[in-house]
Design a protein around this ligand. Structure first.
Ligand code: PLP
Length: 386
């Protein structure tokens, strides 16, 4: 089988799998228990907290474990927005949050909800290549703006936003800035001592770690109300018994990432560029369209529209050949919904309805691409002939 859907999720590396297996067979105590078995688990999970904190250059107390990036996004946005509304606004003033419509649904649907309970949500326009206009951001900010939430990179097209620039704009206006770095985390070297960012969300399963574990970076003294109330875990910020197995796997994945990040980035970019050059030499430029900002996007992502080829049909045919890719977002019934990002980029319908996302990993090979391309060509041509 050929797995080119690494923006949806990634496979555990052998090292992460081994570490989890080993850990599961020896450790089971509750990190909050006061006996020594619990203390050992607490120390082990705190070591992971330190590894992540060192990696992004923050203090360990600024790392809070969650169940994944959806929870991280909900915790940060709802938590900061509701605290600031409580403290700074009268009942008839609407605090403003600025974002864009190509964020992950755990941001956009959350913002839809917040708009029903007394928040004013403003969206930046996206250019056709998915990038934003930083001057528009400055223009949208007013005295009621409390929070800007903009992802570092888009999961569907890979388009990257300049979070340093956004952070500086927010800092100049005294506004909190959150970025969902779930997709970008494995490609960039973050240094929060230099970035004007108050909170970051990320998740282990996008970096070859386990599912169901993620984290936030939350800068000290950021006003926030917890999302999950209960026990005193995570500095009183996130109640619930720590997912110690998940955290250990997350830690192993981050260690491997730290050791290999630059090599992985160069390798996967080479693969993606090779794949695109082969596609572009097979089909004329009027039959294909690469979506996203091609000079500023994640190195592993290729979102291509094959004009006249419905992505539903192509996905179905590739799936039958055990080539796993994605298009738009799969809804619970398994059928394809239009990509919210491509729609937000105001691309014409023939581009949106024919877009397929190939997202590679450092575990993919050129041989895999060479083996799948003839199948991809054949299926495209047979759809076009129908
Ligand atoms: C940009 C982005 N944010 C958030 C999420 C949600 O992550 P999780 O599955 O860990 O909740 C995803 C997952 O697809 C994503 O791509």
């Amino acid at each position: 089988m050929y797995y080119f859907d690494n923006n949806a999720t990634t496979k555990l590396t052998y090292g992460v799998l081994k570490r989890i297996e080993e850990y599961m067979s020896t450790s089971f105590a509750n990190a909050s228990s006061s006996h020594s078995l619990g203390q050992i688990v607490r120390e082990e999970t705190d070591e992971v907290r330190e590894i992540i904190a060192d990696y992004i250059k923050c203090s360990p107390v600024e790392i809070i474990f969650t169940s994944g990036a959806s929870e991280s996004n909900n915790f940060i946005i709802k938590g900061i927005a509701s605290k600031l509304k409580q403290v700074n606004f009268t009942s008839n003033e609407l605090p403003v949050i600025i974002s864009n419509k190509a964020e992950h649904s755990s941001v956009t649907k959350q913002l839809d909800y917040l708009s029903t309970i007394g928040f004013n949500i403003k969206y930046l326009n996206l250019k056709n290549d998915g990038s934003i206009d930083y001057n528009e951001l400055k223009e949208l900010i007013d005295k009621n703006t409390i929070l800007v939430t903009i992802q570092h990179s888009n999961s569907e097209t890979g388009t990257i936003h300049d979070i340093e620039k956004i952070g500086n704009i927010c800092k100049n206006h005294n506004i909190f800035f959150h970025s969902d770095i779930t997709q970008a985390f494995k490609f960039f070297n973050y240094d929060v001592t230099k970035l004007n960012v108050d909170a970051l969300s990320f998740s282990a399963h996008k970096i070859n770690g386990p599912k169901g574990i993620g984290a936030v970076f939350l800068r000290k003294k950021t006003p926030i109300i917890p999302l999950i109330h209960g026990g005193e875990q995570e500095f009183n910020m996130r109640a619930g018994t720590l997912n110690s197995i998940g955290i250990i796997g997350f830690g192993e994945a981050v260690k491997e990432l730290i050791d290999n990040r630059v090599d992985r980035v160069n390798y996967v970019k080479g693969l993606r560029d090779y794949f695109e050059s082969r596609i572009l030499s097979e089909f004329s430029s009027s039959k294909t369209h690469i979506n996203g900002n091609i000079t500023n996007r994640m190195p592993n992502t290729s979102n291509i529209s094959f004009i006249g080829v419905s992505n539903d049909s192509l996905l179905y045919r590739l799936n039958k050949n055990e080539i796993y890719v994605s298009a738009g977002s799969a809804c619970t019934s398994g059928s394809i919904q239009k990509s919210t990002s491509l729609v937000a980029m105001k691309l014409p319908d023939d581009i949106v309805s024919s877009a397929i996302r190939f997202s590679f990993s450092f575990e993919n090979t050129k041989e895999e691409i060479d083996s799948t391309l003839p199948i991809i060509y054949k299926e495209i041509n047979s759809i076009l002939d129908i």
